[in-house]
Design a protein. Structure first.
Length: 318
């Protein structure tokens, strides 16, 4: 009889433990479902069509979050304005999961590329084509945001390297956005990851007897000295020249590293933004990350410098 009672109580205890486990599991599942996650990926959406241009160069990917009416992050890849792709896993890293889990609709956009060689053909892809393409992508996203659960009035931009150069200009020279019949004030935030194109004139101008590789890069992408004599594109392409006191700008988070001159260029841009009455902050990670890592560590749980600061910054971008 005692053995039967023992078996009975043991069975009851096991059943109770199993029930508790099931209830806890259901509770955990419910809690997780209340947190935003990456739900659906929509690839290779063409945002505009140009004859004889590879459609991939004018396309975007959308990483949809489960959060409704989500703020939007549009990401622009780097690659010296001449290479790279919106879908490259080497560039994307953890970003799709990081941004969607933080409740953002995440978008990556391609753009037409400049020559990989120092080809100075007058008909080459150069300024302002890169910026015009991304502005067109922003227009497409604005017009279709509600189809993917996004809020067209809350758009932020993030770019790495040359991508940072592109979005720093889109975030200061409002003509690109306004030429697409968009409201510039809908650009909430701009996140610049180790860019260095704040003053194109300084980068493109030859200071010594011969042009450096960096001089040639900026001349290829923006204008040669001869081309610069017409309309002065070096000045027009420099974000530093559009910082006017009292005029709206998005909030800036600037991640910088590298040489003293590179860091100083970023610092100068930040201080100039603040002087206009707008907000900007900067993080120097020279002692921690290289150029590529500035981008790839975003969303990595091991990153203690960029990701925590970015997560806090994003609260102003919703």
């Amino acid at each position: 009889m005692n053995k039967d009672k023992t078996k009975l109580w043991t069975s009851i205890a096991i059943a109770a433990l199993a029930l508790a486990t099931i209830i806890a599991s259901l509770h955990t599942t419910k809690s997780k479902s209340n947190s935003p996650t990456l739900s659906t990926i929509h690839r290779d959406i063409q945002y505009k069509t140009i004859p004889n241009v590879d459609p991939n160069l004018l396309s975007l990917d959308i990483y949809q979050t489960t959060k409704e009416n989500a703020a939007i992050i549009i990401a622009v890849h780097g690659g010296s304005w001449a290479k790279g792709d919106k879908s490259s896993q080497m560039w994307l890293g953890h970003q799709p999961e990081y941004f969607t889990e933080n409740g953002f609709m995440f978008v990556t956009a391609n753009y037409r590329l400049s020559p990989t060689s120092n080809n100075m053909d007058p008909e080459r892809i150069k300024y302002p084509i890169h910026e015009e393409d991304i502005a067109s992508a922003i227009k497409w996203i604005t017009e279709h945001a509600d189809e993917y659960g996004g809020d067209k009035e809350k758009i932020s931009l993030i770019g790495h390297s040359a991508g940072a150069g592109i979005i720093s200009l889109l975030s200061t020279d409002k003509s690109f956005i306004e030429n697409e019949d968009l409201n510039f004030s809908n650009i909430q935030c701009s996140i610049l990851l180790d860019g260095d194109a704040y003053d194109v004139s300084k980068k493109a101008r030859i200071e010594g007897e011969e042009a450096t590789e960096n001089n040639l890069l900026y001349q290829k992408v923006f204008a040669t000295p001869e081309e610069n004599k017409t309309d002065n594109p070096w000045t027009l392409a420099s974000p530093i020249n559009y910082l006017i006191s009292g005029e709206y700008l998005p909030n800036f988070l600037i991640i910088t590293r590298g040489s003293t001159s590179r860091v100083e260029s970023s610092m100068n841009f930040m201080q100039s933004v603040i002087t206009t009455g707008n907000e900007a902050e900067i993080i120097d990670v020279s002692d921690t990350y290289n150029h590529a890592q500035v981008n790839t560590v975003i969303g990595d749980s091991r990153d203690k410098k960029i990701t925590p600061a970015l997560t806090e910054f994003l609260e102003n971008c919703r």
